[in-house]
Design a binder for this molecule. Structure first.
Ligand SMILES: NC(=O)c1ccc[n+]([C@@H]2O[C@H](COP(=O)([O-])OP(=O)(O)OC[C@H]3O[C@@H](n4cnc5c(N)ncnc54)[C@H](O)[C@@H]3O)[C@@H](O)[C@H]2O)c1
Length: 360
């Protein structure tokens, strides 16, 4: 099977349908079709993204033999049921984060995917920036030294006003956690991916700044979360996650401090890695000839030709399709990583409720 022959279909016709379809095409797949919440919306989405077909419903999509890989890009609370159906049809699957809204459902999906023997991935796409791979390689090679501390943030402002609303605000559609499940999950995935250490315990505070929002009514999900944590190796971690930070659009920043070096990656400036030293700090720009092999593999344009979010998505799709064809690409986020994010999110909510430290 050549990459060009892979047939991809999407369940969900919103923002992520656009991003995934561009990534899938750039990775060599064809977009066989899409289905959304109604047949009319399916047709509108198919036209917008240029899919070959609009499927009236999920059954029609799954019954089509052209479809080999299904991307589930719907609101969070639907991920479990839809992914169960995709796996029952023995199709390869990409399910958006959060993989599921409970730990039990995420574990169930991991087990079903293993039993189905298909590729099953989760788009923790920030792993696919070359400078993230560069940071990860430096930590693994010992250049950073023993890890002392990590500071991370993922800040946005799109829910800043009380009138701002979205399905994510409702726990019924988005799950019990909002800001943390939505973007804190990316931050923790990136932290554990880059450092190679796992969060061992944490304590969290969450805050809901507006008791009500425009159409959702009473709000039970958090606008922001602060987390204090410790890694298995003893490093001290502080994280801030917010969807109500004025001026911050997609401010994902990870800074790690070791005995020899600090590293800082900011996803809005993904071509840069800051390397801090007591003497001789430097801003390392992506430069193909200096990169370690895992970063060089993802560095698909010459230096000075900026790679960004959509390129990271394309690299994720390409590695997913390589896994479909039997390869084992380095650093591919799979359902086990979705389970990990669900466990951390669960711990954050539990600690915020009780004030206790929670072991992971
Ligand atoms: N990995 C990332 O970087 C990233 C970024 C944004 C969103 N996401 C995730 O992607 C998912 C979708 O988010 P979005 O921003 O595209 O949302 P969206 O609201 O823009 O789109 C959701 C789409 O799903 C459709 N839909 C709803 N219920 C459905 C059902 N039962 N069957 C079929 N279609 C249904 C809606 O009509 C809509 O077209 C979420 O889980 C979100 O967390 C991931």
């Amino acid at each position: 099977m050549s990459p060009a022959s892979l047939g991809v279909a999407l369940i969900g016709g919103g923002f992520m349908a656009d991003v995934h379809s561009r990534a899938a095409r750039a990775a060599g797949a064809r977009i066989v079709g899409v289905t959304s919440s109604t047949p009319e919306r399916s047709r509108a989405a198919a036209e917008r993204i240029g899919a070959e077909s609009a499927f009236d419903d999920v059954d029609a999509l799954l019954a089509d033999d052209r479809v080999q890989v299904v991307h589930v890009v719907t609101p969070n609370a639907t991920h479990h049921e839809l992914t169960v159906r995709v796996l029952a049809a023995s199709k390869h699957v990409v399910t958006e984060k959060p993989l599921a809204t409970t730990v039990a459902d995420a574990v169930d999906l991991e087990q079903r995917a293993a039993a189905a023997g298909v590729a099953a991935t989760v788009p923790f796409v920030y792993r696919f920036h070359p400078m993230v791979r560069e940071a990860r390689t430096r930590v693994a090679a010992g250049q950073v030294g023993r890890l002392f501390s990590v500071q991370g943030a993922y800040l946005q402002d799109w829910l800043l006003a009380a009138g701002d609303d979205n399905w994510r605000v409702s726990s019924e559609a988005g799950g019990a956690s909002r800001a943390f499940a939505d973007i804190g999950s990316h931050l923790c995935d990136l932290l554990e991916f880059v450092t190679g250490e796992r969060l061992a315990r944490l304590q969290a505070i969450t805050s809901t700044v507006y008791p009500e929002r425009a159409s959702t009514g009473p709000v039970a999900t958090e606008d922001l979360a602060g987390v204090l944590a410790q890694t298995g190796g003893g490093a001290v971690v502080s994280l801030l996650v917010s969807q109500v930070a004025p001026g911050r659009k997609n401010g994902l920043v990870l800074e790690v401090h070791g005995a020899t070096e600090s590293l800082r990656f900011a996803q809005e400036r993904p071509e840069e890695l800051w390397i801090g030293r007591r003497a001789g700090s430097e801003l390392h720009l992506r430069s193909t000839d200096e990169l370690h092999p895992d970063a060089a593999r993802l560095s698909v344009l010459p230096p000075g030709h900026p790679l960004g979010y959509q390129d990271a998505f394309t690299a994720f799709a390409a590695d997913t399709y390589a896994a479909v064809r039997g390869a084992a690409p380095e650093g591919l986020p799979v359902f086990a990583d979705g389970v990990r994010a669900a466990r951390i999110t669960d711990a954050v909510l539990a600690s915020a409720r009780t004030g206790d430290w929670i072991d992971l």
